[in-house]
Design a protein around this ligand. Structure first.
Ligand code: CP3
Length: 357
């Protein structure tokens, strides 16, 4: 057999995005890193685009703009995840819930839903009909990013979506949705069920069109006490996860809830692959409380990006050390804040990408 052997052609296997390897618990040389709200108003390039296209809905519903904005942080920082530029409220128009996002005011739902009759008017979401630009944008992003990073989709969780549509916008005390929850729970459950069915479909649609992982934002679930979380959020999250896993068993699902310290042990019960923690939990404690099966994302305080470069570096190292060398996606504990110096964001990525376990 010696001599004359023909060299086997080297198989060129397409490399997978680091983020997917990390989520599965494979050995990786460093944690993948991306930042929530990495596209947006702290970026000069986004601000310039906003002058030309002042309407948030136009920026988030036009394929070319969605692609361009999603790629702005990718081109500058080369994160390991490229999240679709969109909003959790984008799906509402396809569910017969008119809304806008108004500069200086935030989300506005024109006719807040408060009664059984209001909930009856909510249509189940058919993404391909209502938001075809999302699928088109994801397909283009997947080609552009070409597995050098993971293309990330996202949806709003039922309770968080319900909080916007019942309150009529952002809220401080969540009085309207709590009134509904605690005086007419059946009405709220009917709404949550419509959102759960719809968001499961939306996740599948995003995956079918190019998303390689999908984050579920339950930003306001933590306004609920644990017993109420178990009634009004957890079952719907679990339903979404179960439904998606039936058809897309390998699609990683990430769950984010802000201020979730009191709920940490309950979050893996949803069946998600990754839990994203905010900075009010120590990463080492969070990691331990989540248990070994689930991956963890987070959790640097977005405010740290207003500190010195040395300070940013030390906080990254602290978080990475505490998270351990498997199943960690480095991220902030919530979205980047407006006014964050872009050069500090650049520093964050530079340090993060230079880490070696
Ligand atoms: O992470 C990313 O880069 C993707 C973009 C993204 C946006 N919204 C763009 C956006 C994501 C992931 C979201 C999700 C979202 N939207 C959440 C969950 C995340 C979280 O912060 O908890 C929530 C609660 C919303 C609802 C919403 N939309 C709020 C509270 C606001 C802010 C209002 C304001 O004026 O500050 C929005 C608007 C919005 N969505 C902006 C961006 C970049 C700011 C408005 C703008 O850029 O003109």
């Amino acid at each position: 057999a010696l001599g004359g052997t023909v060299a086997e052609p080297k198989l060129i296997t397409a490399t997978e995005p680091l983020l997917l390897n990390a989520v599965r618990g494979e050995e990786v040389e460093r944690p993948p890193v991306w930042l929530m709200r990495q596209a947006g108003r702290y970026m000069k390039s986004y601000q310039i685009l906003c002058e030309k296209y002042p309407s948030f809905r136009e920026r988030s519903e036009n394929v070319n703009l969605v692609v361009e904005i999603s790629l702005q942080p990718w081109e500058i920082f080369k994160p390991d995840g490229v999240i679709l530029f969109s909003d959790i409220l984008t799906s509402l128009s396809g569910m017969n819930i008119p809304f806008d996002i108004v500069k200086g005011k935030g989300p506005v739902i024109f006719d807040p839903l408060r009664t059984a009759a209001d909930v009856d008017q909510v249509r189940e979401f058919v993404p391909a009909e209502s938001v075809p630009y999302v699928g088109e944008a994801l397909t283009i992003l997947r080609k552009e990013v070409n597995n050098k990073a993971a293309v990330l989709g996202f949806v709003g969780a039922p309770f968080t979506l319900a909080s916007y549509v019942v309150e009529g916008g952002s809220s401080k005390h969540f009085t309207q949705i709590k009134r509904l929850a605690f005086s007419q729970p059946k009405v709220l459950h009917a709404l949550l069920q419509k959102f759960a069915t719809s968001m499961a479909e939306y996740i599948k649609y995003q995956a079918d069109n190019g998303a390689q992982a999908v984050q579920i934002f339950d930003s306001w679930a933590t306004e609920l006490s644990p017993v109420d979380f178990e009634e009004f959020s957890l079952p719907y999250l679990k339903q979404i996860v179960d439904s998606v896993k039936l058809t897309h068993p390998n699609l990683p699902l990430i769950l984010y809830a802000s201020g979730s310290g009191g709920l940490i042990e309950r979050l893996p019960l949803t069946g998600v692959d990754v839990v994203s923690l905010d900075w009010t939990v120590d990463m080492a404690e969070g990691r331990r409380r989540l248990g070994p099966d689930v991956a963890v994302q987070g959790n640097v305080d977005p405010g740290v990006l207003f500190g010195s470069k040395e300070f940013i570096t030390s906080r990254i190292n602290d978080t990475v050390t505490k998270a351990g060398n498997r199943k960690h996606i480095l991220n902030l504990g919530h979205g980047i804040v407006v006014g964050t110096p872009e050069e500090n964001v650049a520093h964050f990525f530079e340090v993060a990408k230079g880490i070696r376990y």
